[in-house]
Design a protein around this ligand. Structure first.
Ligand code: ADP
Ligand code: MG
Length: 291
């Protein structure tokens, strides 16, 4: 590309808060045919809130006190939402020992002498928890697009906690604009398939890769590349950084984590999904001027 074309493209982007960190990113963006989007914090606002608590065998307050004690030790956004909800209900603060984080699955600890686990269904199955009493409710809640987390106390399922995370207002228009430009859109998420599919359906995304472990997102991007796709990855989280680095271009949400912003080639300062098709269009304009 001519230096002038690069300058024009970079300037156009900067006006909209679309920061291209290098000329290569600007050039590559013109050749993208597949956009892979993280769900939580990218397509959604990343501000989950508890909507339902379904208990089995214990009172809601007891379950919330036990669960919040574990989640206080976790840095996961879902954990923060559970703690906020429990604190609003003014449940007692319980002592916690032996906290353990299970990446992509959940967490566990000893709380007031009881063994508490909180996380997805896979965590419960892996830990040999009997979930029969609650699994139907979990599936129902997940099918509504909420993230359904399960709680086990002393080896038995004690609750399902559902959390909703609103989709960003411009997520659906962004997907539509990408489709109009002939670009394939893929959702990539650590969340479960039922929840992910429901939200993808609302946004008009037809390809969903769900239940992806934090360390496996980059592999999924590499798989698409091996299939011949030119991939832009859009993400916000620590767990998105390797995928942002692997993709042909990495695009970070400005409100995202520092490591995502540092790793990406393009930063969307306004955290607006509509700036994804705009970034790619700016790249195309630059390429046209080169010829
Ligand atoms: P995401 O990409 O959606 O942020 P993660 O890989 O961080 O996904 O987590 C995947 C799933 O594991 C979550 O949707 C949730 O069901 C479960 N999970 C992980 N950490 C926690 C936690 N601290 N509390 C409850 N659930 C958790
Ligand atoms: Mg995210």
């Amino acid at each position: 590309a001519t230096p002038t074309a690069i300058m024009v493209g970079t300037g156009l982007g900067a006006k909209r808060g679309v920061l291209f960190k290098n000329a290569t990113a600007l050039e590559t963006s013109a050749r993208i045919d597949t956009v892979v989007m993280d769900k939580t914090g990218t397509l959604t606002k990343g501000e989950p809130e508890v909507t339902d608590v379904v208990v089995h065998g214990l009172s809601e307050d007891d379950v919330l006190a036990l669960t919040a004690a574990v989640e206080r030790e976790s840095e996961h956004p879902l954990a923060a939402a559970v703690v906020r909800y429990a604190e609003a209900r003014q449940v007692p603060r319980l002592e916690v020992a032996g906290f353990r984080n299970v990446p992509g699955h959940g967490a566990g600890a000893q709380v007031a002498g009881r063994r508490v686990l909180v996380g997805n269904r896979k965590l419960m199955v892996d830990e040999g928890i009997d979930i029969a009493a609650l699994v139907a409710r979990r599936d129902e809640l997940a099918a509504t697009g909420r993230t359904a987390v399960m709680v086990a106390v002393d080896g038995t399922a004690a609750a399902v906690i559902a959390l909703a995370d609103a989709v960003r207002d411009t997520a659906a228009p962004a997907v539509a604009a990408l489709h109009e430009a002939g670009i394939e859109v893929v959702m990539l998420t650590g969340d479960n398939e039922a929840t992910a599919k429901r939200i993808a359906g609302q946004l008009g995304i037809d390809t969903v890769i769900a239940d992806v472990l934090p360390g496996d997102k980059a592999d999924k991007v590499a798989e698409l590349q091996r299939a011949g796709k030119k991939v832009a990855m859009v993400g916000d989280g620590v767990n998105d950084a390797p995928a942002l680095a692997t993709a042909d271009i990495g695009i970070a949400i400005g409100a995202g984590t520092d490591v995502a912003i540092e790793t990406a080639d393009v930063v969307l300062m306004r955290s607006d999904p509509l700036d994804v098709p705009i970034a790619l269009r700016i790249g195309k304009g630059t390429l046209r001027k080169m010829r």
